[in-house]
Design a binder for this molecule. Structure first.
Ligand SMILES: [Zn+2]
Length: 80
């Protein structure tokens, strides 16, 4: 499945990612997601994304969430 950076979900913190996962549980059984792999990515423009591969803790359904975490990096730069 190719990653669609344009569809990335903007978040302002890593904890917001987990809130999003909790708010959007497995579409098949409503089970909670278990994070399998988390990876920091950058697109051709140098924008930062967090790719989170999850599996349903109940039925094993797998999916990938892509979060736009650019605001975390912008904020860090502004503070320095
Ligand atoms: Zn499930």
């Amino acid at each position: 499945m190719p990653l669609d950076y344009g569809a990335a979900i903007p978040v302002n913190s890593i904890s917001e990612e987990y809130e999003y996962l909790a708010a959007h549980p497995c579409p098949r059984c409503g089970g909670r997601w278990r994070v399998r792999v988390q990876a920091l990515l950058q697109d051709a423009q140098g924008r930062h994304y967090d790719r989170v591969d999850v599996a349903c803790s109940q039925c094993g359904e797998r999916t990938v969430f892509l979060f736009d975490i650019q605001s975390l990096f912008t904020k860090q730069k502004a503070n320095k």
